[in-house]
Design a protein around this ligand. Structure first.
Ligand code: SF4
Length: 411
């Protein structure tokens, strides 16, 4: 049987930058603060992407560097230290501060690692300062999480104790559900990274079995491997089948897979029933996924295999074949998977194919809707609790809702 067709494309991209991931990371770790070192554009992006936070005491901010701050590099470093000291004095409850780099050339010149190191010496015991890049030149939006997690790894202690470590941000409710299932299987030593408290980092070592919850954490995986952790190969926990195989792979790795079917089968039967009404609407409809979140391949596998959708093209900003191997094997034969982007050529293909639904970034959704093509924002996939067997119908609903709306508007 032939596998998917793997193609590459280069050209102009239309993808959010890594700063966007601050929106879900700050929710996950309420004791952390994300200070974007950037321009007014970065401040606007963060404010609009995280607009819901303006009524609360925010846990992100932007140190906007004006020309005057950049008269000399030393001034920029001092200015940044001053902003951090002010923040620490005002918000002593913040335990971890991430300095997040961005695109402007002035920012690129600043050595954020050195600033973080200086601040760590001065604020030792009170605040931990880390840095990573969320720049749109280097990262697409989900890679911001990869950078933040990678920055935390050196702070994780050593252990030889056997444990299951779920890696990647999950909604707390979904995390609780997974822990409950793993406990039922007899797996008691289970932790998550990132944790709910930034200072409560799991210890890791050669007996740590890493179970990835998100496909966009290639750098984090590399550093965890360097620390001796073992990576469990599995598809990602999206949809019923993906979640089932993911749980089974973890159970096998932890040697607790004796009664796994007995525990999962009732959940699977319930989830299949809940999925039926969405399947009715989605089955036979065509879908085109533009590259943005790196979740596209897993979503395509779910939409095709469990919802009967026809995959026209599956874009992904990056394809890490090692992490995605199990997913690629589950795609229907000859599925067209395109890594990278030439946005104009891709839009031409969308127009000539006239799909029933397009998954894309917010910037492309409005023009496509104006042309009568239904769209779904890919950013919603990272903000919604979509992982797990129980969540499969909610995941399908994200795709059936715009189709239903389109049908209503056209009758
Ligand atoms: Fe800031 Fe660059 Fe992101 Fe624009 S793309 S918001 S300049 S980091």
């Amino acid at each position: 049987m032939s596998g998917p067709q793997l193609l590459k494309e280069n050209g102009p991209r239309e993808v959010f930058c890594g700063l966007t991931s601050i929106v879900w990371l700050h929710r996950r770790m309420p004791d952390a603060f994300f200070l974007v070192v950037g321009s007014r554009t970065c401040a606007h992006l963060i404010q609009s992407a995280a607009g819901v936070m303006i009524f609360a005491e925010p846990r992100f901010g932007t140190a906007i560097l004006e020309e005057k701050d950049l008269a000399g590099l030393a001034d920029a470093h001092e200015e940044l230290e001053r902003v951090v000291n002010d923040l620490h004095a005002r918000r002593p409850e913040i335990k971890t501060l991430f300095l997040v780099g961005s695109c402007p050339s002035e920012v690129i010149k600043i050595d954020l690692a050195r600033v973080a190191e200086n601040l760590n010496q001065k604020l030792a015991g009170k605040l931990r300062v880390l840095n990573y890049s969320g720049s749109g030149i280097e990262t697409t939006f989900t890679q911001g999480e990869d950078g933040a997690l990678k920055a935390l790894i050196p702070l994780m202690g050593e252990t030889t104790k056997e444990k299951l470590l779920m890696v990647g941000t999950l909604a707390n409710s979904v995390e609780d559900r997974f822990i409950k299932i793993f406990n039922k299987l007899g797996i008691e030593t289970i932790e998550s990274f990132p944790p709910r408290e930034s200072t409560n980092l799991p210890e890791i070592g050669e007996n740590t079995k890493v179970l990835l919850t998100q496909p966009y954490l290639a750098e984090t995986v590399r550093d965890l491997k360097h620390r001796g952790c073992q990576i469990i190969n599995a598809p990602f926990p999206l949809g019923i089948k993906g979640s089932e195989l993911w749980i089974k792979a973890a159970a096998k790795a932890m040697n607790k897979d004796k009664n796994v079917d007995e525990i999962l089968n009732p959940l699977i039967i319930r989830a299949q029933k809940a999925l039926d009404s969405h399947k009715e609407l989605l089955s036979g409809k065509s879908i085109f996924l533009l590259p943005e979140s790196q979740l596209e391949i897993s979503l395509a596998r779910f939409l095709s295999n469990e919802c009967g959708m026809k995959l026209l093209e599956v874009g992904t900003p990056y394809l890490n074949k090692e992490l995605m191997q199990e997913e690629l094997e589950l795609l229907p034969p000859n599925t067209k998977v395109v890594e990278g982007q030439h946005v104009e050529k891709q839009l031409d293909r969308v127009r000539s194919n006239q799909p029933d639904l397009v998954v894309c970034g917010m910037g492309l959704a409005n023009p496509l809707e104006a042309e009568g093509i239904s769209t779904k924002w890919s950013i919603e996939m990272v903000f919604s609790p979509i992982h797990g067997i129980d969540q499969a119908s909610d995941l399908a609903a994200l795709f059936s809702r715009p189709l239903r709306r389109h049908e209503i508007l056209n009758h």
